[in-house]
Design a protein around this ligand. Sequence first.
Ligand code: SAH
Length: 484
Amino acid sequence: MCKILEVILKKEGKKFGMDIKKNDRFRTTIEDMSDQGAGIGKTDGYTWFIKDTVVGDVVEASAMKMKKSYGYGRLIKVVEPSKARVEPRCPVARQCGGCQLQAMSYEEQLKFKENKVYNNLVRIGKIENLRRVEKGDGNGDGEFLPIIGMENPWRYRNKAQFPFGTDKDGKIVTGFFAGRTHAIIPHEDCLLGVEENGEILGILKSFMEQFGIRPYEEETHRGLVRHVLIRKGFYTGELMVCLVINGRKLPKAEELVERLKAVKGMASISYSVNTERTNVIMGEEIVHVYGPGFIMDRIGDVKYRISPLSFYQVNPVQTEKLYETALEFAELTGDEVVWDLYCGIGTISLFLAQRARKVYGVEIIPQAIEDARENGALNGMDNVEFFVGKAEEVLPQWYERNGERADVIVVDPPRKGCDERCLETIVRMGPKRVVYVSCDSATLARDLRYLCDGGYEVRKVRCCDMFGFTVHCETAVLLTRKAW
Ligand code: SAH
């Protein structure tokens, strides 16, 4: 074939002798991992994303969907396993898709996460002064500290939600929705969840079978039981069960209470009324049938009251480590004025309030602020004040009205990062230290660039793994203001 034709074909993602069509099989070596946890391999310069593979694997895959310069392949078989590959412990890992990294050893997962964050800070954020303390990469004065991994990366989630349905024989099943569909794959023991989940689901199913209580059917909008929410206080051992029902009343509720009370730690049983045709799991109305309506837990020395609708971190053990890191970065002596922006139920605010003169928290969801205030009172902390509103509005308004500077500002925004108006106000207020807690290193990198351009320097970075076997990673960053 002449050279020119070869070049044209190459541009279109095809190459002489390598014209793969849908469902064709091919072999490739996984050279890298995407941010979403798919393995990346090449065939004649064409890039493939293949889920369930691990860097270093040689695999056989089939072509699923192809674009101009890249395509998606489906793993058929691992021809030569990578050293980083482990046998997934969960039998339904591939169907579920919740754990993108089940086939990767935990040690390798930590490396993957740390590298992803480091690379984003360097490439997207152009943060030039980083030095990887453990590996010795880079020579700047911004310390990139080793990731904080979990001692045991299994059964770390304190919250689970299971949908109810029926199998083809009409038997009641619970499990998870397959891929993007609403077909239930029966599976009751997610290895990231607590062991009690299986016991509770067993009790619920036999209770429903015995009293003819039907699971909800999406197509017909009939049937009663939609989901169950199960939560456990890791510190206290207290358990909460909340059934979500398509009706106003749960029949035989007293009988269910008797059965569930047999589970060790059972402290709160309720149901949530959700009669809408919706994908939203919880309804707004909660009816308590046993216990005080909440369970208690603690992170470090701070107590929390958790109701069925409260937000609460799902991995409390690692949350404590992450917030300890944020607190350490804040270098509080007891005399500081601190802002905690995007404060949720005030978890970080209350942590900081243990060592600051005054803490102001800002959060957009009113219900979360109610919880934050209640938690403040519960812990006898009178040096915290919470505001409902957008961080990018509350902070500048406050600063214009009071002119009060802050010593430290902590931010913990959602994935999309901080609004520029928020960053702009931080730069104007000029706190000595900014602690940025992030769950998305790409937007973190973008925001750090803004702060560095505004006169701040990155001093410390530390990742913390809160979600083992998934691609998610939390990061805490300390920035200090350069001398004015
Ligand atoms: N630090 C909190 C969780 C932070 S998650 C905790 O540990 O509990 C991010 C929070 O930011 C969410 O609670 C979300 O409701 C809130 N949020 C989103 N956009 C916001 C905005 N523009 N201003 C203030 N809060 C916002």
